[in-house]
Design a protein around this ligand. Sequence first.
Ligand SMILES: [Fe+2]
Length: 356
Amino acid sequence: MAEPSPASWTVADVEADRSWIYPLSAAHGASLLAAVRGAGDLDKPILAWRRDDFDIGAAIPTLAAAFAEVRDGRGMALVKNLPRDGVTPAEFRLMSWAIGLHFGVARPQNRASDYLTEVKDVGVTYRSPTGRGYSSNAELDFHVDSADVVLLSCYNQAPVGGMSMCASAATAYAVVKAERPDYAAALATGYAFSRNGEEAEDEAPWYATPICSVEDGRVFCKWNRNRIQNAQKLAGVPPLTQVQREAMEYFDAVLRRPKNMFCMHLAPGDLQILCNQTMLHSRTSFQDHADADKKRTLYRLWLARPDSRRLPESWSVYFGTVEPGTVRGGMKGQHYDDERRQFDARQAEAVGMKVA
Ligand SMILES: [Fe+2]
């Protein structure tokens, strides 16, 4: 039986105690912006920046407390008050990147092997075989992203919709275990996930891993309906069994129960940080602003963290390694070149991590 952990929360818990929200003081926000504005040429490619290019020291304690919450606390943290007024998208984007440089090694996120992506509706169809939700305006299913931690910084919010939802996998798994132990057992069996056509040359188009695993008493969750459904269309993928299908529907329904699904509306200047092992996230659909420069815009960063935990062995197939404190996770994609390898090595050294 897993120990009750702060990551196993209900909506009532996170509403009653909001200490997972970390407001940045005006002075610390100003120092963050000054560090970005003083760093040099904003148009420089992001992989060319070094950790020491940004003197963000004053803001570090608040950000570090938020990262500690993500690792040891509720698995989610919200940093408020990143400077936004009078800040350009390029400055805001670089601020997000500078934070990442101080707290881990960014990981590639897509076929193009991008290390920092803009979350914006560019007309992509989420339900297509290669569709990615972050480039659409669609409602997204609950899922985890493919790196230890995801950072989402909000530059512009949509006028209608675009609500962020979070749910604790540990809570949902415990509920399934109590109500339907047969489904809990099925969730611990291998499910095939599609790589949605973003696989690197040395990767297969799909891999199998459980939706829920328990390691050292902690629940580790990998849930992504789209990728499981897409995998079912690929050659050689074993069909889901009836109980696997029912179990995933049940799990998803438990996540969506009002007592488990926490909704938040990210405001400009908010930075959401989530643990992709215990925290599931989703988003409602949105209607965007008519003005191009007011359209919903967030910046997404995936990080491998120096204090990451050991992963269940079954996760090695898509994290590369389960070793703690290593550069792991992400989607290598099809442009993982020397520039990216050198960035990974340099940045791993800067934050004291091992390259897998
Ligand atoms: Fe996501």
